[in-house]
Design a protein around this ligand. Structure first.
Ligand code: SAH
Ligand code: SF4
Length: 391
């Protein structure tokens, strides 16, 4: 290993250790039963072995939980009644509670999910108007440690990480809401077949739980989403980008938003730690940076702040040679926000320059603005206990 690699590895360990301090409480219910959702295959196997059952049951139970979407052991028809009962005495197949559910005029749906300790996070389903499918936008943390100036979540200090059961649970509860599990005839779900980790929080500051959850949803004998159907969005946690690429290989989206370090330092304060050049170098190292699976750069369009033609040209220069596309995101206002969305003329001009340089530059149509479900509008009332006590 060279010096940089050693430093990066040390930094990664530091990030993982710090992140673990924000992990959720363990999953046992007040009655002592344990939730099977969110356990890895090996953990599930250990639970089943601990109650003296044969290992082939693991595959069966996994299939019922993640392929069929069963929440009740009595539905597990391949398992005899006495064992169903034994399982029900010891375990549950949990879901986060739906605190509220809202559907936008454009059919986007947003849930406020409440977890066992009362903390809450939001999840959004964004149907594709042209196809009969869509993406589930999942939160990775309650609040966020970073405080990007344009982001509503960034005004809520980090309360805690979401655990793997809570991350997988958001997706499963969203599927429940649409009845999206295989029908008795065996038809597979289509609507909720893509995951974007673009909700509340910075997924790479909760890497261990996010990775565990994504391995569960990618498992072929369960939900079985391919890594191509998962996109993780990061504000640029460089050491963890390498880890994510090597271990998960999901699609990567990077929130760039500015082309100079001065401006990015202000908009995305994490830039002071990992400046633009380092973020782009990590993108070039990312294993999916091949033509078939481009890296997405997210660029929020803020009127008079980062939306000039010169900035569009500089953006193109910075990402030259990378298999990339640029997602231009019109700024979504929220109560108290200080920015304004770019004009349509500025957006169009910016998009044209990027496009003429050979990069796809779709403008992300804001979805669910009427229910504050659009990018960067998510926020909950959850607070850290300690903060509440001291205030
Ligand atoms: N923390 C991660 C993922 C969650 S944010 C990240 O920052 O990438 C998902 C996307 O929404 C990011 O690109 C973020 O910059 C963008 N976003 C945040 N606030 C926004 C707003 N008010 N309007 C539009 N997009 C916003
Ligand atoms: Fe956190 Fe992403 Fe919002 Fe920045 S944009 S505050 S990293 S959720």
């Amino acid at each position: 290993m060279n010096d940089t690699a050693i430093l990066t590895a040390a930094e990664r360990e530091r990030i993982l250790a710090k992140s673990a301090l924000f992990d959720p409480p363990t999953a046992a219910l007040p009655d002592g039963r344990r939730d099977l959702v969110g356990l890895s295959r090996d953990e599930l196997a250990a639970e089943i072995a601990a109650i003296g059952e044969a290992s082939f049951r693991v595959k069966q139970i996994w299939h019922w939980i993640y392929h069929q979407g069963a929440t009740d052991f009595s539905r597990m028809s391949s398992i005899a009644k006495p064992l169903q009962q034994k399982l029900a005495e010891r375990f549950v197949i949990g879901r986060p509670a739906v605190a509220t559910e809202q559907t936008s005029v454009d059919d986007t749906r947003k849930w406020l999910f409440r977890f066992r300790d009362g903390q809450e996070a939001e999840t959004v389903y964004i149907p594709d108007p042209e196809e009969d499918r869509g993406a589930v936008c999942i939160s990775s943390q309650v609040g966020c440690t970073l405080s990007c100036r344009f982001c509503h979540t960034g005004t809520q200090t980090l309360v805690r990480n979401l655990g793997a059961p809570e991350i997988v649970g958001q997706f499963m509860a969203a599927r429940d809401s649409y009845g999206e599990w295989p029908s008795p005839k065996g038809e597979t779900p289509r609507l909720l077949s893509t995951i974007v980790l673009m909700g509340m929080g910075e997924p790479l500051y909760n890497y261990a739980n996010v990775a565990k959850a994504m391995r569960i949803v990618m498992d072929n004998e369960g939900i079985g989403l391919s890594r191509r159907r998962i996109t993780l969005s990061t504000s640029g946690v460089v050491p963890m980008m390498d880890r994510c690429g090597a271990e998960l290989g999901v699609n990567l989206a990077v929130s760039l938003h500015a082309v100079t370090d001065d401006l990015r330092d202000e908009l995305v304060p994490l830039n002071r730690k990992y400046p633009i050049a380092e973020v782009l170098a990590a993108c070039r190292r990312y294993p999916s940076a091949s033509n078939a699976r481009r890296i997405t750069f997210e660029y929020i369009m803020l009127k008079g702040v980062n939306d000039s033609e010169a900035e569009a040209r500089e953006l193109v220069r910075l990402i030259a040679g990378l298999p990339a596309k640029v997602n231009l995101i019109p700024f979504n206002p929220w109560p108290g926000s200080k920015y304004e969305p770019s004009t349509k003329a500025a957006l169009d001009k910016f998009a044209r320059i990027v496009n003429e340089a050979g990069f796809a530059s779709p403008v992300r149509t804001p979805r669910g603005r009427d229910i504050l479900a659009a990018c960067g509008q998510l926020r909950t009332e959850s607070r850290r206990e300690r903060a509440a006590v001291s205030s």
